[in-house]
Design a protein. Structure first.
Length: 371
């Protein structure tokens, strides 16, 4: 079936720029390690905030992908949505208790703009039984939870607000798996959605590069910044080959796998950046930094490989591919752990993992071209 690619509009690129700012705010949650490690609460807040940012982006992006025609009301509600996102981004702080009310109001506005857009579509269809109605149901549940959080803030039940917010975030992430409704997959433009996720991932890699520029000290030269850059660029190369080159984009899919895997792709990229920044800080617990890097890279490669279900018809992930990827990953992990306190071992071990997996995927792509 031939799929007509839906072009990404300039307003969508502008919308993504708002999230560049939101993503940049994340570093404030983990830039002050204690005794060389990130405290559990800080790491928890970091992960939850990643989910918040991704959800805020995905709610609106899904609507645009399915129904967006960029009529006047699309532009107006997009602007309202972006203003709320900026307010939400400014609440990202370890002292979250000070910003509960502003955060919940911002998230409720973000959600309501999308609810209004889906409601307009449901009115056009004269039905709540389709995908628009299903989305309204899911968003109504999440909106209700945020409304409860707002009321809890007003009536000084502040000890419960953070957990209500966590519930809202997890509900938004997982409820679509359970409330599928009468969903017509044909409304999803898979090529457009892939391109939107690629752009968001590129933004995340861009933030990683910006965050790691302090390795490039003009006063002294060594191989550390070179290794750091190679780790990031080979991760990016692996993502491009797997998502952009090996996948068949012209297809009809609900794409839950694509969406959910990108939660973890983006979170893992951020955590790799965190691990590298911890190493740069000097006063670091090497076992913590090494473990964080290993776990982040494993999550990254499992998440991109989860999209193998979207491969082109003549491409399969073979046992040989899997074994090769496991071997290079285990070699890299061994180097990191055996020489746990050595900076170059940390970087070389990480590069073995990223370069090794990139090479496996590159060779797979080359074989695909030759067939």
């Amino acid at each position: 079936m031939e799929i007509t690619k839906k072009p990404v509009q300039l307003i969508e690129l502008f919308y993504d720029l708002i999230f560049v700012y939101a993503i940049s705010q994340l570093t404030g949650l983990i830039n002050e390690p204690i005794n060389g490690i990130i405290p559990q609460y800080n790491l928890f807040a970091y992960l939850i905030t990643c989910f918040v940012i991704l959800q805020a982006w995905l709610y609106f992006t899904n609507y645009v992908n399915r129904y967006g025609q960029w009529k006047w009301y699309d532009y107006v509600l997009a602007c309202v949505n972006m203003i709320a996102v900026i307010y939400m981004a400014n609440t990202i702080s370890l002292d979250w208790a000070r910003f509960y009310f502003a955060f919940d109001i911002s998230m409720l506005i973000i959600l309501l703009t999308v609810v209004v857009l889906y409601s307009i579509q449901a009115k056009k269809e004269n039905s709540l039984k389709g995908a628009a109605g299903n989305s309204i149901t899911i968003l109504a549940v999440v909106c209700s939870i945020y409304a409860i959080a707002i009321l809890s803030s007003i009536f000084n039940f502040t000890d419960y607000v953070i957990w209500i917010n966590v519930l809202a975030i997890l509900t938004g992430a997982f409820l679509p798996f359970f409330l599928r409704g009468n969903f017509n997959k044909n409304i999803i433009n898979f090529p457009h959605l892939v391109e939107r996720f690629e752009l968001l991932t590129i933004i995340t890699f861009g933030e990683a590069v910006v965050g790691l520029t302090h390795f490039f000290d003009t006063a002294s030269f060594n191989m550390v910044p070179i290794f750091v850059f190679l780790i990031v660029i080979t991760m990016f190369g692996s993502y491009v080959i797997q998502i952009h080159r090996l996948m068949q984009h012209n297809r009809v899919e609900r794409s839950l796998r694509l969406m959910f895997s990108h939660y973890f792709i983006i979170i893992s990229i951020n955590l790799v950046t965190v691990a590298l920044e911890l190493i740069h800080s000097g006063a670091v617990n090497h076992l913590f930094a090494g473990s964080l890097m290993i776990i982040s890279l494993i999550i990254f490669y499992i998440s991109i490989m989860a999209n193998k279900e979207y491969y082109r018809k003549n491409i399969k992930l073979t046992k040989k591919d899997i074994i090769q990827m496991i071997i290079v990953t285990m070699i890299g992990i061994t180097v990191i752990l055996v020489f746990i306190s050595n900076l170059y071992a940390f970087l070389i071990g990480s590069l073995i993992i990223t370069l090794g997996n990139f090479t496996v995927l590159l060779m797979k792509y080359k074989r695909c071209l030759s067939e």
